[in-house]
Write a protein that binds this ligand. Structure first.
Ligand code: HEC
Ligand code: HEC
Ligand code: HEC
Ligand code: HEC
Length: 270
C-alpha cells in the first residue's frame, strides 16, 4: 500500500507549525506590545507647536517659575496655558523682531489667541485635578518629567491608569516638601522627611489606607464594600465638577489673546 504522507510532508508540517508560531507572535505583538509602545502612547515625542517654545530656555535658563505661565495649577483642575500677553511682558522688549516669535505678534495684531497643541491628553472619562495633587505634595516632575530640560515639550510619562494607581496605592515615597513642588530636579535625599511624615503632614494617610484595603479586598468583598465604593464615587464626582472647568480651556469661544487656548484632544499619533 502506498504511504499516505510522502517524505516532503515533513517539510510542510514544519513550515506550517512555524507559520502558526509566527502568527501567534505577531498577534501578541499587535494586541499586547503595540498599544504599549512610546509611539502609540505619544510618549517622548516632541509635539510641534505654532511657536517653538522652549522650557529649557525659559525655566532652566531664565529661572521663570511654572506658575508665572501656568497660573491656575494650584487652584483648579487645569494648569492653564499662558496667554499671548504673558509672552509679551518680555517679548515686547526683547527679541521683538525675531522670526520665531512672529505668531505671537500676529496673535496680538489679530486679537486671536495662540492655540497650543496638546502634549498630555487623558481619555474623556478620566477625572483629573491638578490642585489636589499640588496641595498634597506631588511635584510637577512626578507626572511631567524634567520639563526644564525640554527644548520642545513632550510627554515624559505614560499617564496610563496603571501609572496613576502605582502612586495612589503608595503615595508616600512620591511626596515632597511644599517648597520643592516646582523644582523639577528634586530628588529624595537623607534630609527629606520620611514618607510617613509627609503622608501625615498632608493628611493622606487614612484615605490611602482605606483605598489600599479596598483594592485588596475588592474581588472577594465587593458586595459588602458597596457603601464604601459609593462614598468614594461621590467624592470623585466632586472632582468631576471641578474637572468640568477644563471645558473653559477647550472651548473655542475664547477668541482673545488675553486668554489662552489649547488644541483639540486625541489627535492622531505623531
Ligand atoms: C514662560 C512661560 C512658561 C513657563 C515659565 C513654564 N511653561 Fe510650561 N508651557 C508654556 C507654553 C507656552 C506651553 C505650550 C507649548 C508647549 O507645549 O511647549 C507649555 C506647556 C507645558 C506642558 C504641556 C502641556 C500640554 O499640552 O499638555 C507642561 C506639562 C508644562 N508646560 C509644564 C511646565 C512646568 C512643570 C513648568 C515649571 C517647571 C513650566 N511648564 C513653566 C509656557 C511656560
Ligand atoms: C499627578 C500628576 C500630575 C502632576 C503632579 C502635575 N500634572 Fe500637569 N497634567 C497631568 C495630566 C494627567 C494632564 C492632562 C490633563 C488632561 O488631559 O485633561 C496634565 C496637563 C497639564 C497641562 C496642560 C493644560 C492642562 O491643565 O490640561 C499643563 C500646562 C500642566 N499639566 C502643567 C503642570 C504643572 C506646572 C505642574 C506642577 C505645578 C503639574 N502640571 C503637575 C498630570 C499632572
Ligand atoms: C521673563 C521673560 C520672558 C517671558 C515671559 C517669555 N520669554 Fe521667550 N525669551 C526670553 C528671553 C530673554 C529670550 C532670549 C534668550 C536668549 O536668546 O538668550 C527668549 C527667547 C524666546 C524664543 C526664541 C527661541 C529660544 O528659546 O531661544 C522664543 C520662540 C520664545 N522666547 C517664546 C516665548 C513664548 C511663546 C512666550 C510666552 C509663552 C515667552 N517666550 C515668554 C524671555 C521671556
Ligand atoms: C506621584 C503620585 C500621584 C500620581 C502619579 C497621581 N496621583 Fe492622584 N493623587 C495623589 C495624591 C497624594 C492624592 C491625594 C490623596 C488624598 O488626599 O488622600 C491624589 C488624589 C487624586 C484624586 C482625588 C480623589 C481621591 O482619591 O482623593 C484624583 C481624582 C486623582 N488623584 C486622579 C489621578 C489621576 C487620573 C492620575 C493619573 C493621570 C493621578 N491621580 C496620578 C497622588 C498621585
Amino acid at each position: 500500500m502506498a504511504a499516505i504522507f510522502r517524505p516532503s510532508a515533513n517539510l510542510a508540517a514544519t513550515l506550517s507549525l512555524l507559520g502558526i508560531a509566527a502568527l501567534f507572535v505577531a498577534g501578541v505583538g499587535w494586541w499586547w506590545v503595540w498599544p504599549r509602545t512610546d509611539y502609540m502612547r505619544h510618549t517622548r515625542w516632541p509635539v510641534d507647536q505654532p511657536v517653538p517654545f522652549s522650557h529649557e530656555h525659559h525655566v532652566a535658563g531664565l529661572g521663570i517659575d511654572c506658575r508665572f505661565c501656568h497660573t491656575s495649577v494650584e487652584v483648579s483642575s487645569t494648569a492653564g496655558m499662558p496667554p499671548t500677553y504673558t509672552c509679551m511682558t518680555c517679548h515686547s522688549q526683547i527679541w521683538t523682531n525675531a522670526g520665531l516669535l512672529a505668531p505671537v505678534r500676529q496673535s496680538l495684531a489679530d486679537n486671536k489667541p495662540i492655540v497650543w497643541n496638546r502634549v498630555t491628553d487623558l481619555p474623556d472619562y478620566v477625572f483629573f485635578n491638578h490642585s489636589i495633587h499640588i496641595a498634597k505634595g506631588v511635584g510637577c516632575s512626578s507626572c511631567h518629567g524634567q520639563v526644564d530640560r525640554m527644548p520642545l515639550t513632550y510627554k515624559a510619562k505614560s499617564l496610563t491608569m496603571q501609572f496613576c494607581l502605582n502612586c495612589h496605592s503608595n503615595p508616600g515615597p512620591n511626596l515632597r516638601p511644599k517648597d520643592q513642588i516646582y523644582n523639577t530636579q528634586w530628588r529624595r535625599t537623607a534630609e527629606t522627611p520620611s514618607p510617613a511624615t509627609l503622608m501625615a503632614e498632608y493628611h493622606v494617610q487614612r484615605r490611602n489606607a482605606s483605598a489600599a484595603r479596598l483594592r485588596r479586598g475588592a474581588p472577594l468583598l465587593a458586595p459588602a464594600l458597596q457603601p464604601l465604593y459609593r462614598r468614594r464615587h461621590a467624592h470623585l464626582e466632586t472632582f468631576g465638577r471641578l474637572a468640568s472647568r477644563r471645558a473653559r480651556l477647550d472651548g473655542d469661544d475664547n477668541a482673545s489673546p488675553q486668554v489662552a487656548r489649547i488644541g483639540p484632544r486625541h489627535p492622531s499619533p505623531p
